[in-house]
Design a protein around this ligand. Structure first.
Ligand SMILES: [Zn+2]
Ligand SMILES: [Zn+2]
Length: 141
């Protein structure tokens, strides 16, 4: 993590309406931005932000998220957890349990320490976000 990021844990977060709340109890395993069209569609914004966290590092403290399942281009099946009231996407989980899950970190109450370490699919990034990453750093996989 970058030097300026010194979060303490647990960190709290939740959906836009507050019906679903969670606690993140351990530091993340990684933070990245994805500039593919699907992440743009999902986020409703210029790109998707993702934070990998251990499965047991995140605990729901209020509400029960709904789930929608889709197949990723990689062939993996993903459960996409969201608030049933306001629709905020919260978490993505692969069907085959690999011990981690992907939190949408914009749902944290404090996002000051959320800095992506990598950018994926930069070739499809919107022109005005390109200054966010140096040219030639595309790590699309
Ligand atoms: Zn909600
Ligand atoms: Zn993507």
């Amino acid at each position: 993590m970058p030097d300026h990021a010194q979060p303490t844990f647990p960190q709290t977060g939740g959906c836009q309406c507050g019906a679903v709340r969670y606690e993140l109890r351990e530091p993340p395993l990684g933070i990245w931005a994805c500039h593919c069209s699907l992440c743009r569609k999902q986020s409703g914004s210029a790109f998707g932000l993702s934070m990998s966290v251990a499965l047991d590092a995140l605990v729901f403290t209020r509400g029960d998220p709904g789930s929608w399942t889709r197949q990723a281009e990689s062939g993996h099946w993903l459960d996409c957890l969201y608030c049933c009231d306001c629709g905020s996407r919260l978490i993505h989980r692969r069907h085959e349990n690999d011990g981690r899950q992907t939190l949408k970190p914009g749902t944290l109450d404090d996002t000051s320490w959320v800095v992506p370490e990598r950018h994926f699919f930069t070739e499809s990034a919107l022109d005005w976000v390109r200054p966010l990453f140096p040219a030639g750093t595309d790590s699309a996989s």
